[in-house]
Design a protein around this ligand. Structure first.
Ligand code: GLA
Length: 700
């Protein structure tokens, strides 16, 4: 594209909108019925090649081939609707008249108004300098003065892949202990629904997907991928129709919810971001990582500290003396942040009581948290605290005082999960209370870090007395975002770690106000390899909390060497979570060495470019390269040995053929072409759970 091509343009004569990113073009044309129709999303094209006057919308018998930018539930459309509305007289669906466009600073708005009813929609698009990600959302407005309009569905955007010979869907599935498992299947000729009905993003599905024609690999091939920036319930419906088109429409809320749009009100959806890349799944991930770092994370340039968290060591059995013992040991290992986990407040001696009562438990912390916080600071570490502010135990002073604050339906039995209920943060007084409580906790205890947990989904989700109870599915999530934003603004320097019973709430919206996410309660390094592989499809390593814990692992019972546990956790934001009081002096020495080694490679892991590598016989690796290509760190793991064979050399596609590289540990020198095309010898130790860190520096 010529350098002076505008990123966003609209030609009123043709009704043609074109968005250019550095490596892709996206085009939309206003159809004959006033609805914006998809024209192109893929390699860069100039506007002239998009001006064929016959858009697909004009030529089809049914509209099967003419994909909408947001299908409005009218006309010859029989696929999933992106917008479903009901007017007071029973009329269903919108019929649009195109009312013009607006362009402002990389943002395009296509303005649609209903032909008969007081409803307007802005379909919004944004491109950012240097990024191939296109951000899309919808703003729906009741332009009348009376009555409400029922919204049964309001998606952020619908996406369309070009006609391909076949379609394959990549997405993430999982559960508690098994988050972010990458699933890659042929897309059926059907409607495939990916969804969370839980009020949180969910462990079992993530609002990210990728489509390719079935031939893309890690380093080659076209990939279209999208990610929804929302931390509550969501739904994405992928529709492969019999005539060979694949479209998908998605947004907040699951099926069956409805919202009343009041006169003058605008409902704004979350962003649904899309990315086209021709460089395989790895290329797509690197582009997403760059986007998350430049546009999403609040402080991407700050290093994530090496943290210690006491949960796996002490469970609920916390007190000042015990935590101080751990803090002293952690400080000696080079830990930079000490996090006190669950059990410090109210009557919280197990998970049956105390949630909601955010004052230190007198038996455990007779003088409050301040002595521990001060000592942790004196030891040179930051002080972090676990909270679960959206939740309440029925056995708590908070619930006894405010039973109505819990999400509930009076005529239904309330399901308790982990003995707890969800607070309805959609209620302004509950949002205000949560904010006040956290604000005070942070200020009074000099808290540098909050681990913000959310250990259960919503059930029996009513809001007694409220005329529009389904609002809570949106407004609760917005309140969570708002509180996090306010805390960050009011306490500069405060960092927040997202957590939801492991990795149950990781998405582009939560990462816009947190620094990292707890990836999984499963810290077994063998299981972590696949969990981290899935996480890395969308999110960068700096946002991926990864701990070294005890062996045998508390969840899987698997025994693994300390070095292997470290090498797996060093691929993300390193933390320690074991009971250090039981580590031998040799283990403590080795841990201190590995923490120091991590700090050396941290700039590469947290701020470099990631390449996922697959070797033979179950060996995998991640390669982190500095943006300028000078420094490289490679972490290779082989969970189980096969036949005693050494793995084949591992090819390093991120290197430069023309350059030479030195192994910083062995001093050996290699030509880049050799390492790229033949590979590097991994020389893993014998046996299961073998791993190695290789550091390379480009010479000259
Ligand atoms: C969740 C988190 C854990 C820990 C516990 C505390 O399960 O994922 O890391 O904080 O809660 O109860």
């Amino acid at each position: 594209m010529p350098a002076d091509t505008p990123a966003v343009a609209f030609d009123p004569a043709l009704g043609l909108a074109v968005l250019h990113t550095p490596n892709s073009t996206y085009a939309v044309r206003i159809g004959a019925d006033g609805s914006p129709r998809h024209l192109h999303w893929g390699p860069a094209l100039d506007a002239a090649s998009l001006t064929d006057p016959r858009s697909p919308a004009d030529s089809s018998f049914e509209d099967e081939a003419a994909a909408d930018e947001l299908a409005p539930q009218t006309g010859a459309r029989f696929g999933p609707a992106g917008l479903r509305v009901r007017f007071a007289d029973g009329t269903v669906g919108a019929q649009w008249h195109f009312d013009g466009h607006g362009i402002d600073d990389g943002e395009l708005r296509l303005r649609l108004v209903d032909r008969r009813y007081p409803l307007a929609a802005d379909l919004c698009y944004r491109v950012r300098p240097g990024s191939d990600v296109i951000e899309r959302w919808t703003e729906l407005t009741h332009t009348g003065e009376t009555g409400h309009i029922v919204i049964d569905r309001l998606d952020s955007a619908s996406w369309t892949a070009p006609p391909l010979s076949d379609y394959r869907l990549s997405h993430l599935v999982g559960g508690w202990f098994s988050e972010f498992q990458l699933q890659r299947d042929r897309l059926p000729v059907a409607e495939t629904v990916l969804t969370s009905r839980r009020g949180i993003t969910g462990h079992h599905a993530s609002p990210w997907l990728a489509l390719d024609d079935g031939t893309a690999t890690e380093e080659h091939g076209e990939v279209w991928s999208t990610a929804l920036a929302w931390s509550g319930s969501w739904r994405i419906t992928v529709h492969r129709n019999p005539v060979g088109r694949a479209t998908w429409t998605g947004g907040f809320g699951h099926e069956g919810l409805s919202w009343n749009l009041r006169p003058g009100e605008t409902l704004q959806t979350p962003v649904f971001a899309g990315l086209y890349t021709p460089d395989g799944f790895g290329g797509a991930s690197r582009a997403w990582h760059a986007h998350v770092r430049s546009q999403v994370l609040p402080e991407p340039d700050r290093d994530q500290p090496v943290l210690y968290n006491s949960w796996e060591a002490t469970g609920f059995d916390v007190d000042t003396a015990g935590q101080l013992r751990l803090a002293e040991l952690a400080a000696r290992l080079g830990v930079e942040l000490f996090v006190l986990d669950d059990g410090w407040f109210g009557a919280r001696t197990d998970d049956r009581a105390g949630l909601g009562d955010w004052t230190p438990r007198p038996a455990a912390f007779p003088e409050g948290l301040r002595p521990l916080a001060d000592e942790v600071h004196r030891l040179g570490m930051a002080f972090g605290l676990w909270v679960e502010p959206e939740m309440v135990n029925a056995d708590s002073d908070l619930f006894r005082a405010h039973p109505d604050w819990a999400v509930h339906t009076p005529t239904r039995d309330a399901t308790e999960l982990r003995n707890q209920l969800v607070l309805n943060l959609a209620r302004p007084e509950v949002e205000a209370w949560v904010h006040r409580t956290l604000d005070r906790l942070v200020a009074e205890n000099d808290v540098d870090w909050l681990k913000w947990d959310a250990n259960r989904p919503f059930t029996e989700a009513g809001w007694p007395g409220h005329p529009d109870p389904d609002r809570l599915w949106i407004d609760h999530t917005r309140a969570v975002h708002r509180i996090m934003d306010r805390l960050r603004t009011d306490h500069p320097g405060l960092r927040i770690e997202a957590c939801a019973g492991g990795g149950g709430r990781v998405d582009l919206a939560i990462l816009a106000r947190t620094d990292q996410a707890w990836t999984s309660d499963n810290t077994d390094p063998v299981d972590r390899i696949s969990i981290q592989h899935g996480f890395s499809q969308l999110f960068p390593a700096q946002a991926m909390a990864a701990w070294v814990t005890d062996s045998p692992n508390g969840i899987t019972g698997r025994t693994t060497p300390l070095r292997f546990r470290f090498h797996v956790a060093m691929a993300g934001a390193l933390g320690l979570g074991g009971d250090l009081t039981h580590w031998t002096p040799e283990e403590l020495t080795e841990a201190a060495e590995l923490v120091a080694r991590y700090k050396e490679i941290r700039p590469l892991v947290q701020h470099g470019e990631q390449h996922r590598l697959t070797g033979a016989g179950g060996t995998t690796a991640v390669h982190y390269a500095a943006a300028d290509g000078t420094e490289h760190a490679l972490l290779a793991w082989r969970p189980a040995t096969r036949f005693g064979h050494q793995p084949a050399p591992l090819r390093l596609p991120a290197l430069d053929d023309q350059a030479r590289y030195r192994d910083l540990d062995t001093g050996e020198e290699y030509g880049g072409a050799l390492l790229r095309h033949r590979g590097i010898e991994l020389r893993l130790p014998v046996g299961d759970h073998a791993s190695r860190l290789i550091r390379l520096r480009r010479l000259g």
